[in-house]
Design a protein around this ligand. Sequence first.
Ligand SMILES: Cc1cc2nc3c(=O)[nH]c(=O)nc-3n(C[C@H](O)[C@H](O)[C@H](O)COP(=O)(O)OP(=O)(O)OC[C@H]3O[C@@H](n4cnc5c(N)ncnc54)[C@H](O)[C@@H]3O)c2cc1C
Length: 430
Amino acid sequence: MTDLVHGNPLWTAINAVPVQYPWLEKDESCEVAVVGAGLTGAMIAYQFAKAGIDTVLLAGSSIGYGSTSVSTGLLEYDAAGTLTELTEKIGSDEAVRVYEMAEAAVHKMERLAGELPDNAGFTRRDSLYYCDCPEHDGFIHEEYLKRRHTGFDVELIDRTTAKDRYSFPISSGIVSKNASAEVDPYRLTHALVAAAKQAGARIYEHSRIYNIVTDDKRQTQDQVLSSVTRHYVYANKVVIASGYDAAQFTGGLTSQSTVFAMATKPVEGFAGWEDRSILRNHDCPELYLRTTADNRVIIGGLSSSFIDGGGRIGGILSMPYLASKRYCELETHLKDMFPGIRGLSAEYDYAGAFCTTVDGLPIIGGEAEHPGWYFALCPGDNGILWANIASELLLELHKGEPSEDLALFAPCRYKPAGHAGSRKRKEARR
Ligand SMILES: Cc1cc2nc3c(=O)[nH]c(=O)nc-3n(C[C@H](O)[C@H](O)[C@H](O)COP(=O)(O)OP(=O)(O)OC[C@H]3O[C@@H](n4cnc5c(N)ncnc54)[C@H](O)[C@@H]3O)c2cc1C
């Protein structure tokens, strides 16, 4: 099992566990079994149960305590990279389509949050993607034009206009109007699971699945899932939504690292931070900032090599020294950016395993090798929106109405790995 979380993540610290669910203490049978109850599994279980599909959700540990607990909770249509970068990786039409889908997913998440018993603090925000090095002004300007000509509601700001709006140095930046949002990802996961249960799904916690086989002797429900609780789940289809732990089921996930984050104590105002926009720095691409409903600031993103279960970095160095350095850097960075915000001091320091795919897109859909399985692996900075997209695409696939958008995220694009991905994606779209 991958060690997904280190330190004291904000969301699980400030929220009591809303509900505890039983373990799998008897055999179960269902049409669809969802393996993994982070935000992705929760979203899929809810959408499937709401569509009247007999669904079982299996959490390996406590619901929402995987990488969901360290997520910053940002929903940004551009978090998978700039349009320029994405175009280089997957082609122009495909990159624009991904942007459109991600932007639409923010709207869908807003509606979805509104229908849940707890809207998990869903709040619309502007976002600012900026550079502080003048050498990158050209890139920002071109990126702005691409987005504008593709129909996104964006504004270009320069050094002079930025000065009145933000207290930190900006050479140029793109403001996306009201297109982004923020949530509490832990609350959202629990709200989705509660709604899935309400819609008829059966939920089991602490019921890790250690094996899945196809039993050819069974007419239906031929997917047999073995749980550590010594019970079985018989299902027609299995959704693999086990997050970064999915290596046990598939390939395709790459570049694993550990990403650090820090949440401050609540502050009294946000001087120098126009509209509390979501901030992302092009020159330090992993660095992002948001505020929370209870007036904290979260700054995240500085990374290191992967930290293993023994707390070793790259298998050698011990974590505490590097971690305290990273937390210190985050706090200093924040204070430098916002000299006008009083009382900025760290309250929660935490870190999480981070991985992505070669093109930064999720792995969604079925593959020939495992006809009874659907994959919903939603890593990277855009995991929440990917999860929403995965839930819709898989539901359509399950109903026998596969969307051609599935080809963008096809698991087969990584077999064999490498640049064949783009060609395979194009072939799959035809
Ligand atoms: C520091 C950091 C910041 C991030 N910030 C953002 C952000 O702002 N916005 C965003 O969209 N994304 C962000 N992400 C990505 C985030 O990981 C995803 O958004 C999302 O939370 C992943 O959800 P998940 O359900 O796919 O994975 P997880 O939350 O990891 O859930 C998977 C679950 O599956 C369970 N599991 C694994 N194997 C099994 C098994 N065999 N049987 C049963 N259960 C199993 C695990 O116990 C785990 O709880 C961030 C990630 C990190 C590390």
